[in-house]
Design a protein. Structure first.
Length: 169
């Protein structure tokens, strides 16, 4: 048996293949991360939109807005269980929460089964890790418009257009 009859790959050939795979991965991974962040942001916008719709349906029965996410489920299943498991929910790389708004007054008269209905609310969606799970934070209130802040900090009430804050819907 001569030394030229050996089957297999040389170390150099294997290193070239590994280098090519590494280059392809280096090109593909940033695009995949951007796509994941865009998906997380779209999910957060959808969650905020669902909360806004649920709050307005809740307000028709309760004469005001719910101060926490769990109330939107307890008073009549206005919102799905994935958003109402706790007062603050982590979903798709975002922390979603509802709280009384800046101008909130607790109403004396409330609909049956309603607790602590108020005159305003603010719902926020904040990335769990800014730059990794999302870049933008989102918020809405009783007026229904969805606002974004590109720094990852949720817009504060009253919402106004600034260098980093704008309305998206």
């Amino acid at each position: 048996m001569s030394s030229t009859d050996r089957n297999g790959f040389t170390l150099i050939e294997l290193l070239v293949v590994v280098a090519i795979i590494g280059i392809i991965a280096a090109i593909a991974v940033p695009g995949l991360l951007r796509a994941r962040m865009a998906g997380n942001e779209a999910s957060a916008i959808g969650s905020i939109r669902a909360i806004s719709t649920a709050q307005h349906a809740y307000a028709q029965q309760c004469y005001g807005f719910a101060p926490v996410l769990t109330e939107l489920r307890a008073a009549g299943n206005y919102l799905s269980p994935d958003l109402t498991a706790n007062a603050v929910v982590a979903k798709s790389g975002y922390t979603v929460a509802v709280m009384p708004g800046a101008a909130n007054l607790v109403l004396a008269t409330q609909g049956q089964g309603c607790t602590a209905s108020g005159t305003s609310y603010i719902a926020t969606a904040v990335p769990l890790s800014i730059g990794s799970t999302g870049k933008r934070a989102f918020a809405t209130d009783e007026r229904g418009a969805i606002w974004q802040d590109t720094t990852g900090v949720p817009p504060a009430q009253p919402f106004t257009v600034s260098g980093t804050t704008s309305v998206i819907q």
